[in-house]
Ligand binder design. Structure first.
Ligand SMILES: Nc1ncnc2c1ncn2[C@@H]1O[C@H](COP(=O)(O)OP(=O)(O)OP(=O)(O)O)[C@@H](O)[C@H]1O
Ligand SMILES: [Mg+2]
Length: 611
């Protein structure tokens, strides 16, 4: 099933005969066609050289080894003379091979480099909703493993497959030319080989699909277990998790074993066939020699050709499985590349010169799944500069309102507008510049403190200093070993939840957007940090339209207007004073919090948002 936001399945396996897919792959190879063409030419050289060698051996046997007409010295000298072209052919084959490998590696690396670059930039542009639907692990696999699979196919299969084909045809031609009766005998074996190879390919394809599926399950499970390790340990789920893993791991093991078993049958089968071919040649060829219709040298050459003939067949099956997995990878890569930002952008997106920061929801109905709406007939008008607080039970749709305002999703019905312009007519980049978002989960980039605040903006030291001051970060920055140049994030300085939120506020201050959104920005911090955040908030909220989804009484109390949401609708609206006087849901929530456990370190259970 395909979802609206571009979800794709892991288990699907592409057909090797998919012409459309090959055409697309060819599109990536085209810029390097000279290299590939040269590699193919080299294939001809390599094949010719390897086909000449058995012929030379045959000549050596007939003219000098078994030829009783010549003097002994002449025979030895002749044999030595043949060694020269023999060595020459080996050198030629070696050099051509070397050059071909270098060429193919070069082309392959270049193609993969382009593909990886394209895929990654494409991912960066994708709509956020896409990432809600597609787990990180799968996407990482796309950019790394799948590209590696395709690389393997480029370098070790495509051109060598051409090598193999040429040499198979070449060998048959030479065999018929040497002795058509014996060649005909060998030809009889070809249908057997073709049938068994086809059978094998089909078996291996199924085995492959099973391996991929179980590997995807396994990877997904590991990924989830490791990212949720704290929960697993906290709730003593280690044993349970390990047991689940045993089953998945065993599935993968069995699938791999099956593949090995299939190879295990096929490889010896080919061995048997080639031995049968040898026996037939020796038996029939021996008779031909006795009858005087064939020389011993020809028979020797024939035997070498048969060896050359079976070698590509044996490798063919391995190469087939490489192509198989590369095609599946290619299909997934292209599917990802074809996933477009689903939200349509207007033909001429508007970028108003300035914004006052007023916004409006008019009769908006929206559901992540269109059949079960999260917001129903939601109407809200916020003036420029107003501070709006939203409270409501968990799951009542508060964050959804924000998602819609950021245009991460489009509403099913109704209109959302900023400064009177429908979001769908605005340039999404412009829209996001107008809105600063502080969420509970603040992403800290593995970069310096300075870059984590500026995120690419240019700013004078004074302005930055002022922002750090306003965001209540100066004390913290002073404590850092290298001040603003201290590395944060992975491998660097770790930040507490409260510090992260201050950094997020500093980011908003640096960007100075017209609209500020705080989604539960002040939970989970101690009272001192909370006080800091309150002060930083004061600076941040000033002169801006703000939407605050907070558990904190003080932040909510200061708001110009408070909305109380329940099940996707606004059920109460007013200032703190009027709502308290009304003795409705809001009053009830406040009572709960005041009479409840604590108020300053409000845990989830005592907060209005979770009541
Ligand atoms: N990305 C998503 N995909 C599908 N359903 C979602 C998604 N995000 C939220 N929902 C659903 O939409 C409903 C409203 O969620 P929302 O996040 O808006 O609640 P909230 O009021 O912010 O709650 P909380 O106080 O817990 O943050 C919930 O039923 C939730 O399950
Ligand atoms: Mg929420």
């Amino acid at each position: 099933m395909r979802h609206d936001y571009g979800y794709f399945e892991e288990e699907h396996l592409a057909a090797v005969g998919d012409i459309g897919l090959w055409q697309r792959i060819a599109g990536y190879v085209r810029p390097y066609w000279r290299g590939v063409a040269l590699a193919i030419l080299l294939s001809l050289v390599i094949t010719a050289a390897s086909l000449m060698i058995p012929y030379l051996v045959g000549v050596g046997v007939d003219r000098y080894i078994v030829n009783q007409d010549l003097q002994l010295e002449d025979r030895l000298a002749g044999l030595a003379r043949i060694a020269w072209p023999f060595a020459g052919l080996i050198c030629l084959g070696f050099l051509a091979n070397l050059l071909q490998v270098i060429l193919l590696e070069w082309c392959g690396q270049n193609i993969m480099h382009q593909l990886r670059q394209g895929l990654f930039s494409h991912l960066l542009d994708l709509h956020l909703a896409f990432f809600h639907k597609n787990p990180v692990g799968k996407l990482v696999t796309r950019v790394t493993n799948d590209i590696q699979n395709m690389y393997e196919m480029f370098t070790s299969v495509i051109v060598t497959l051409f090598n193999d084909l040429i040499s198979l045809v070449g060998i048959l031609v030479v065999l018929y030319w040497m002795n058509w009766r014996l060649a005909l005998l060998i030809t009889l074996l070809i249908p057997v080989i073709v049938v068994s190879t086809t059978w094998f390919s089909r078996m291996i394809r199924d085995a492959f699909r099973a391996i991929r599926t179980s590997l995807a399950w396994l990877n997904g499970f590991i990924q989830e277990a490791i990212s949720g390790i704290a929960i697993i340990q906290l709730f003593l789920r280690e044993k349970d998790t390990a047991e689940k893993f045993v089953a998945l791991n065993r599935g993968y093991y069995l699938a791999s074993l099956r593949q090995i078993r299939i190879f295990g049958i096929f490889m010896p089968l080919l061995e048997v066939l080639s031995t049968v071919a040898l026996a037939m040649i020796i038996w029939y060829g021996g008779g031909e020699i006795i009858r005087g219709r064939m020389s011993l040298g020809e028979l020797v050459a024939f035997l070498s050709y048969i060896r050359l003939f079976f070698q590509p067949l044996r490798e063919f099956s391995q190469k087939y499985s490489i192509v198989q997995s590369a095609m599946a990878s290619a299909e997934r890569i292209f599917q990802l590349l074809d996933t477009r930002t689903v939200l349509p952008v207007a033909a001429v997106p508007l970028r108003p010169a300035s914004s006052v920061g007023a916004f409006e929801f008019r009769q908006v109905t929206f559901g992540y799944d269109p059949d079960s709406p999260v917001l129903r007939d939601f109407t809200l008008k916020v003036r420029a500069g107003e501070t709006l607080a939203i409270v409501g039970a968990t799951g009542s749709g508060k964050t959804t309102v924000i998602n819609l305002l950021e245009r991460f999703y489009d509403p099913g019905q109704g209109v959302i507008s900023v400064d009177g312009v429908d979001l769908r007519q605005l340039d999404p980049a412009w829209l996001r510049q107008q809105i600063g978002l502080v969420m509970q989960d603040v992403y800290i980039a593995p970069d310096t403190m300075r870059e984590n605040i500026l995120l690419g903006l240019e700013m004078s030291e004074e302005d930055l200093g002022r922002i750090i001051e306003q965001a209540q970060l100066s004390d913290f920055v002073r404590q850092l070993p290298d001040g603003l140049a201290t590395m944060l994030g992975e491998g660097g300085q770790d930040l507490s939840a409260g510090q992260r939120q201050l950094v997020a506020l500093a980011r908003v201050l640096a960007r100075d957007p017209q609209i500020l959104i705080l989604d539960e920005a002040t939970s989970n911090v101690d009272s001192e940090t909370e006080a800091r955040i309150e002060r930083a908030l004061e600076a941040t909220l000033a002169r801006r339209t703000s939407v605050v989804i907070a558990h904190r009484l003080s932040t909510i109390r200061r708001a110009d207007r408070i909305l109380v949401m329940a099940r996707g609708r606004i059920v109460e609206e007013g200032t703190h004073a009027t709502l308290m006087a009304g003795r409705g849901i809001y009053w009830h929530l406040q009572e709960l919090q005041n009479n409840g456990l604590h108020s300053s370190r409000a845990p989830e259970s005592a907060s209005p948002a979770a009541a």
